[in-house]
Design a protein around this ligand. Structure first.
Ligand SMILES: Cc1cc2nc3c(=O)[nH]c(=O)nc-3n(C[C@H](O)[C@H](O)[C@H](O)COP(=O)(O)OP(=O)(O)OC[C@H]3O[C@@H](n4cnc5c(N)ncnc54)[C@H](O)[C@@H]3O)c2cc1C
Length: 414
């Protein structure tokens, strides 16, 4: 996106990528379908970019969700909206998006060199002077846009190389951490795989610190895995698990509210009423009418109820225990999977040191940053690609303007 904007803005543009193919991560995004953007206005998009989304206000105002949809439609790629505003190509193939962008890169006259790892960005006379490749070749340039991504899923090429270029230019790189990543747990019932593969719809997850204080809550779907919790709601909570543990405020618990729309007392009362009307039923049979079947043995065990006992023998207090558990099923969180296994890298080049309109470094003229290398991150749902597109477009446009202005000044110099 940055190279297209630069070339279409009139700059002679070279796109270097160390991989053999462009857009590798984009090609695996959205489960291979590429969740390109999310149908929300700028203010809303910012709300779903908890990592410095506000920094992108200007970029998203210029090139937000509506503009992204129009951009792809103009290239003949229609997008469709799914749940929660998520936009996908009608083809359901990420390849469609990658191919459209690569075609546009070519059509806009960008020179492409793949299998070319940038080893260093070159600085001289207080500004950018070019790049040095791993092969030793040096390429002069007035402007360099660092779009090297974060550190997550490194086989796509995003191995965190760009942070060193930023540091050499005097930038700070805020602490990196995994975000939008599955949560790990050492609960015996997680490790025993009792619930592996069980998914829950529309639950609320709450992250609690060691003092039992709420850190954050997120609603959505989740799935139990053999190591912990995954799925959209768990991914959203993950950065808060990491941050709470890193701040020494653990141990962390993730409490699952299985019935966010129902009050604890009502749940307990309903079970009591049902038990009175069908006194001969076994506890597990009655509870199965409400809870997912695979969850019933664990829930009854944790609430101290005998699964095979008759419901007539269950006290009001016991139904209350079960209701309390269903409103806050506690899962001890030992951490998350690694940054390499995360969907997104949290932290990055400090946005305070970047001009939000142009994405140019405030410390090193001619150096621009865009995409995940920045200390900007969003929830899953199309927000990260949107952030990358918006910042890439802003960087490319501004770099082309800066190049043109520099050429003008050379030409007009007497
Ligand atoms: C599995 C997965 C699924 C995802 N799905 C979605 C989704 O559906 N929607 C969404 O919004 N977000 C999604 N994301 C996040 C999104 O893909 C990224 O945030 C986005 O791709 C970041 O774009 P970027 O251009 O900054 O970096 P990247 O896409 O990581 O690209 C960086 C590029 O820089 C190149 N590079 C790195 N170092 C060098 C070097 N030294 N020299 C030359 N080139 C170099 C790499 O080869 C790579 O091509 C997903 C992420 C993952 C891991």
């Amino acid at each position: 996106m940055a190279s297209i904007a630069a070339a279409e803005g009139g700059a002679r543009t070279l796109l270097l990528d160390k991989g053999d193919k462009l857009g590798r991560k984009l090609g695996i995004s959205g489960g291979g379908r590429c969740n390109v953007t999310n149908n929300k206005d700028t203010q809303e998009l910012i709300r779903y970019l908890p990592g410095n989304g506000r920094f992108l206000h200007s970029a998203l105002s210029q090139f937000g969700s509506r503009e992204i949809v129009a951009y792809f439609e103009e290239m003949g790629i229609r997008l469709k909206e799914e749940d929660h505003g998520r936009m996908f190509p009608v083809s359901d193939k990420a390849k469609t998006v990658v191919e459209a962008l690569v075609n546009r890169v070519r059509q806009s006259g960008v020179a492409i060199r793949t299998n070319q790892a940038v080893a260093k960005v070159l600085y001289g006379g207080g500004r950018v002077s070019g790049v040095k490749l791993a092969s030793g070749e040096e390429l002069p340039a007035r402007c360099v846009i660092a779009a090297a991504g974060g550190k997550s899923v490194p086989h796509t090429g995003s191995t965190g190389d760009g942070y060193a270029w930023a540091i050499e230019a005097g930038h700070t790189v805020t602490e990196l951490y995994p975000t939008e990543v599955p949560i790990t747990s050492d609960e015996p019932w997680i490790l025993s795989r009792e619930l592996q593969g069980l998914s829950l719809r529309d639950v609320t997850l709450t992250v609690l610190d060691g003092k039992g204080k709420k850190v954050v809550s997120h609603e959505g779907d989740m799935i139990f895995t053999h190591f912990g919790l995954s799925g959209p709601a768990a991914l959203r909570c993950s950065q808060f698990v990491v941050k709470t543990l890193r701040a020494g405020k653990g141990p962390v618990t993730v409490a699952i509210d299985l019935f966010p729309d129902e009050k604890e007392e009502r749940l307990a009362a309903n079970w009591g009423t049902a038990a009175r009307s069908e006194p001969r039923k076994a506890v597990k049979t009655l509870v199965r009418q409400k809870l997912p079947e695979r969850l019933v043995p664990l829930a009854l065990r944790l609430a101290g109820l005998d699964a095979d006992a008759g419901v007539a023998n269950v006290s009001k207090a016991k139904w209350q225990d079960l209701a309390r558990l269903c409103k806050a099923l506690p899962v001890r969180a030992s951490g998350t999977l690694s940054i390499e296994e995360a969907f997104i890298t949290g932290g990055g080049v400090n946005v305070k040191e970047i001009d939000p309109r142009t994405m140019e470094s405030k410390l090193m003229p001619g150096l621009y940053f865009c995409g995940e290398i920045l200390d900007v991150h969003g929830y899953t749902g199309g927000y990260n690609i949107t952030a990358a597109f918006a910042s890439g477009r802003a960087a490319g446009t501004a770099a082309a303007e800066a190049s043109a202005a520099a050429r003008e000044s050379v030409i007009s110099r007497p």
